[in-house]
Design a protein around this ligand. Sequence first.
Ligand code: NDP
Length: 287
Amino acid sequence: MPGFRAELTGCFSTPCDDNPTVVMLEAGYQHLSLDWRYINAKVEPAGLAAAVAGGRAMGWRGFNLSMPHKVAVIEQLDGLGESARLINAVNCVVNRDGRLTGENTDGKGFLSSLTPLRDPQGARVMLLGAGGAARAIAVELVLAGVAELTIVNRSSARADEVAGLVRAARDLPVQTQAWDQPAAVPSTIDVLVNCTSIGLGDAEAMVSIETGSLRSDLVVADVIPNPPQTQLLKAAAAAGCPTIDGLGMLVGQGVLGVGFWTGEDLTPANSPDLVAVMRAALEKALG
Ligand code: NDP
């Protein structure tokens, strides 16, 4: 006799119509033979508390948070995991017997896409941007042992905030740099990451950098998942750099979320088949 109740998970955000995560997660559930659903729910800021209470009342296994709820959700939760506490933002909530714990898998998702190309241990990294994605990536890079961080951002106050978070996590050289002219990538930098929203939904948008400073031994990554081939990655590939697109980060944090919600030890590194299935579903959905 089949059961007629599926386990529920999902995402609360607005806007959300263009968020392809549902396709990726449900492909993953099918691959794992789980009768689970992922609901992409449009939730306005005024409705966040009620949405979280609803998830709790219905026994959802967990849910993701995207813009603009990653910080605001914290006061609705019962506790935070280590990364979420350091980053002070939550993108993944886990329901364990009615207790809701906030985690942050964005930075670890990014690390899972970086590590096959470059060990973060000892790396000198330059981040473009200082928003939520940059904060998550900066903190995880520091926990993973990078040697040095440079944060380039339009608003210097936000860059200083990220630098402060990084220093609170570990004592290491962190520089901030104003972004009032095209940024040159110093020859000492090993990894360049675009953490801004430049390129999201706009295949022609290009971050302001001196493309002549891209060297073939520089790893260039972009967090933009849609369209995944950004102008930055195209310029980097033309300069011979190894490149990493934003789909890797999206899939990585998705796999970690499934691991949290199922209670299984699932990481991108130990689940290559799941990674491949989820990435293929995303690529198909994004054309
Ligand atoms: P935020 O709004 O918190 O931060 C946006 C950042 O982009 C800020 O640093 C902002 O600078 C900078 N920025 C935006 N427009 C410009 C511009 N015209 N010139 C210079 N800088 C600019 O967003 P998030 O950090 O939450 O998200 C950033 C991107 O990361 C989004 O596109 C999102 O889709 C992507 N993302 C991808 C994930 C994945 O799994 N692949 C996961 C999470 C996010 P300033 O501070 O000066 O305003």
